[in-house]
Design a protein around this ligand. Sequence first.
Ligand code: G3P
Length: 228
Amino acid sequence: MLYIVDTANIEKIRHAIEYFPIAGVTTNPTIISKEHTDFIKLIKEIESIIGNNRMFHIQLTGSTSDTMFREAQALRDIIGDNLYVKIPVSEEGLKATMALHREGFHITETAIFTQQQALMAAMAGADFVAPYVNRLDNIISDGVNVVGEIVELFRQYSLPTKVLAASFKTAEQVHKISMVGGHAVTVNPDILENLIYHPLTMYAIDDFTADWEGVYGKKTILDMIKEQ
Ligand code: G3P
């Protein structure tokens, strides 16, 4: 499963890619607007941090397929081949998806709430679909089950489109997505840290340190090798 970080905050992106196996960055207009800074400068900086081997998902803001198409072209000139243009699913969005797919763009269809929206996006040529798990849970619609059914639909029809589950509030939701075969998740940095946190692990590490230092003091393995 691919882990992607859902933020446009430079420091949080730096930290995430240094400490976690991160496959890319996702943003949307809400996430970008939280940074209160120049959009073009921000995406260029993010690109320079993540490099061109990680995916960079940037949402288009145009409301017509023609505007979306031109935005995608202009963004690809800036970002390059690791750009994934995020397009909210709608009639105009699907039209833009089909046109951009024909031109070889990578596309992530976003704001997915139903299995049929996902299937339609896949048929239009989306590389990823992004169902919103927590927002589905908030309307008692079981986000994990929706994701599981989308995964199953893509498998049943041998579609290459992958499911990039989004909108998480808990680590448990993320875990359940991995159990239903979600191909990727995008999570905020807090959830990323919660995914590896366990107090018993912290106690175990503290015990290892205390036991070692009880006999060898502050000497490290490297100190001992040097002394030989
Ligand atoms: O990637 C989509 C995600 O950012 C939406 O999350 O927390 O606003 O539901 P949220």
